[in-house]
Design a protein around this ligand. Structure first.
Ligand code: SF4
Length: 344
């Protein structure tokens, strides 16, 4: 696709300006999309502005997708968000699956660059070319689940990425949460959103991403889905989620135990919090990101009195609230995971 161009949306929250820019075929060919493209955009920015502080108007929060996002290509749903990280003071990036990335692509934009800082809480609404900065005072202080529920009622079928109280209060490891409990969790970019007083980004699109040779593309999609469906990793991830790997990774010495001071732990305790145990006890259903033949997402029921249906934890969460602190009580891990998602 030699002549392929893509549109970038540029929003300045300080003066509430909204502009479009074109990404040239050369830039797209060289940097493709996702974090590669975002790194190029940030590099150009630093060359122009010099050192950028994480909590400053100059810091840009950059949402990007890739050429396959929004198509039926398997595992293509992830979006990237990048900025100068408040946690490390250098380049930070995080990615998340779900449906937000594909929907962003369907608006016709390949990325959104958000700079400046609003004086009051706002959210950005992108419905194809209709882009608006809207008052979000009524959402400030709400959890990510509450925020998503309210915005979904206001804009049916939209996909939402938002922050919770952690991002609002500039917690340096705050996440951006989308599609229920999917998280762009690394490097504290939720706090950059909070600094900008940006509560959420809401996307709703109707455009199909361009595909040059549809027949050839469909053939490759079919082959890739077949390969994924036949892989043993798919079976483990679908049945037991990412924490279905816990026992094997502990055996390999890959999982942090007791604040990284131990190399192994009681096998029975590891089994108590594994994806296999979750499947036998609290799992209610699996869920997929868009265009995914695996479905590693978990919906679980909190046992005891609550009986609440919530998103289940990933391997990293099970390690952080389990092996890392020598906790083999699955229920507390489920609750901690729910609270982390809710507060961002
Ligand atoms: S459901 Fe799991 S395997 Fe599938 S795209 Fe989402 S994160 Fe990846």
């Amino acid at each position: 696709m030699e002549e392929y161009e893509a549109k970038l949306l540029k929003i300045n929250l300080s003066n509430e300006t909204i502009k479009e820019a074109l990404l040239s075929p050369e830039v797209l060919k060289k940097y493709i999309g996702g974090s590669g493209l975002a790194a190029k955009l940030m590099y150009d920015r630093i060359k122009k502005k010099g050192k950028i502080e994480p909590f400053s108007k100059e810091n840009a929060l950059i949402f990007t997708v890739g050429p396959l996002t929004g198509t039926r290509f398997p595992f293509s749903s992830r979006y990237f968000v990048s900025a100068i990280s408040p946690l490390t003071n250098i380049w930070g990036q995080a990615s998340s699956g779900g449906f937000f990335g594909p929907e962003l692509r369907r608006t016709g934009y390949y990325g959104v660059v958000i700079e400046g800082k609003s004086d009051y809480p706002v959210y950005i609404s992108i419905e194809d070319e209709n882009v608006e900065i809207k008052d979000a005072s009524y959402l400030w202080g709400k959890t990510t689940y509450e925020t998503q529920e309210i915005l979904k009622k206001e804009i049916p079928n939209a996909k939402i990425a938002c922050i919770g109280p952690a991002g609002e209060n500039l917690v340096k490891y705050a996440a951006i949460i989308n599609d229920g409990g999917r998280a762009a969790g690394r490097t504290g970019l939720g706090a950059v959103m909070g600094f900008k007083k940006l509560k959420a980004i809401v996307v709703k699109g109707s455009k199909k991403p361009p595909i040059e040779n549809v027949e050839k593309f469909q053939k490759v999609v079919k082959e890739s889905i077949t390969a994924a469906m036949n892989s043993s990793a798919r079976e483990i991830l679908h049945k037991y989620g990412t924490s279905g790997m816990l026992e094997a990774l502990v055996e390999l010495g890959d999982t942090p135990i007791k604040n990284f001071t131990m190399g192994e732990w009681d096998r029975e305790k590891v089994q108590n919090i594994s994806g296999q145990t979750m499947a036998k006890t609290v799992l209610r259903k699996q869920y997929h990101c868009e265009a995914c033949p695996v479905g590693c997402g978990r919906i679980v029921e909190l046992p005891n009195k609550e009986k609440k249906i919530v998103d289940g934890p990933e391997y990293e969460t099970v390690a952080a609230f389990g092996t890392l602190v020598l906790n083999d009580d699955l229920v507390t891990i489920l609750k901690a995971n729910y609270m982390c998602n809710a507060y961002g």
